[in-house]
Structure formats: C-alpha cells, structure tokens
Ligand binder design. Structure first.
Ligand code: C5P
Length: 208
C-alpha cells in the first residue's frame, strides 16, 4: 500500500552535493527523487540547438531528462540562462509540484524548491559549500568523465552561475527561513548524507 505524500525539499548552489545527498536520502527512505536542474538543462540543451526556450519548456517530456549529454558545462550555463525567464519557470511548475506530492514520498533538489515549488514541504534543507570547494569537486567529476578542463575555468563557471542564480528577479537562490542549512565545505559526503538523513528522520517523527 502506498504511503502518504512526504516531501523533502533541497536547495543549494551548483556542486554543493545536493544531488548526491538527495539521491541517498531518497534511497534511504524509499522515496522517488527528482533532480530539478535536469529540467532547466533539458530546456537549455534545446536552446543550444536554436529552439525557443518557452516553447521548449512547455513541450518538455520527462524522457528528455535521461539524456547523459545534459551534464556538460555548456548545457549548465545554457540552463542558468533559460532559468531566469519567468515563463520557462512557470511551465515547469506543475510537473514539479505533482512529483512532490506523489504517494510514497519524494525528494526534489534544485534552487527554489523550499522557497517557491514546495514551501509546505515536510523537510527542507539548504546544502551549501564554499565556491572553491564546489569548483574542486566539479573539476574532479569532469576529469573522471574524461572532460579535460582547467580548474580556474570551473571556478569561474561556478561563480558566474552563482551570481546569475542568486541575482535573478524570479525565484532567486536563497535559503528558506525554515530550511536546515548544511554546509558541506568540511564534511565528507558520507557525513553530510548522515546529517541530512537525521534531519529528515526528525521531521518524519513529527509527521506520523
Ligand atoms: O542543479 P544544476 O546545476 O543541474 O542546475 C542547472 C541550472 O538550472 C542552475 O544553474 C539554475 O540556473 C537552474 N535551476 C533553477 N532552479 C532549479 C534547478 C536548477 O533555476 N530548481
């Protein structure tokens, strides 16, 4: 029997570890997981082929999220550019809200999940780390995938994306007042995951 909805909302800047933490929290509780950055990446990827961003967002199919080509640095920058367009954000809203309230529980990670998409989420986290630590992690990840990039360039990309995500008028990146702030700058990933699970566990206790 499916259990009642329970939403874990996770926000944070690029490469703070929220995807890894989100996946681990979902696996631990048996919840579904949505990396909402993939929605913006899928729209950004289509814009790079010349498509109109609003049209691409309105026609987006969930199957488009499975494309491994969405993980490149160029697509990340294109994603953060389309993400400033209010009509693009509006077109992606219903899908995210429906996912959040599905039976059996859901974890969503992104930039505006606690503040705009699911302000009523049962558990809210803001996962962050210094720009240097995040760039170092992203650089290593890209190296492991065979993408040979310069660390300084990755750091610059992180800073540009941080600024664009935090300074935009619609749904800017910021910690919700009620979110638990998890700074992973000096935490190993296993410790960060354990901390996040404990936060959700405490909220689960309150909601049953
Ligand atoms: O999380 P990820 O790096 O894949 O996100 C790519 C871009 O999509 C971000 O830089 C941000 O501009 C945008 N985004 C957003 N809102 C979300 C998730 C991602 O604006 N909920």
């Amino acid at each position: 029997m499916a259990t009642a909805p329970f939403t874990v909302a996770i926000d944070g800047p690029a490469a703070a570890g929220k995807g890894t933490i989100g996946r681990a929290v979902a696996a631990h509780f048996g919840f579904a997981h949505l990396d909402t950055g993939l929605l913006y990446r899928a729209v950004g990827a289509q814009v790079l082929t010349g498509r109109d961003p609003i049209e691409a967002a309105q026609a987006l199919e969930p199957s488009a999220l499975e494309n491994p080509a969405l993980r490149t640095a160029d697509v990340a920058q294109a994603a953060s550019k389309v993400a400033v367009i209010p009509e693009v954000r509006a077109a992606l809203l219903d899908f995210q809200r429906a996912f959040a309230r599905r039976a059996g529980g859901a974890v969503l990670d992104g930039r505006d999940i606690c503040t705009v998409i699911c302000p009523q989420a049962e558990a809210k986290l803001f996962v962050t780390a210094s720009a240097e630590v995040r760039a170092q992690r992203r650089w290593k990840e890209l190296q492991e995938r065979g993408q040979n990039v310069d660390y300084e360039q990755v750091l610059e990309d992180v800073r540009v994306r941080d600024a664009r995500d935090s300074e935009r008028a619609t749904a800017p990146l910021r910690p919700a007042d009620t979110a638990f702030v998890l700074d992973t700058s000096e935490l190993a990933i296993d410790a960060a995951i354990a901390r996040a699970i404990a936060v959700v566990e405490a909220k689960r206790g309150l909601s049953v």
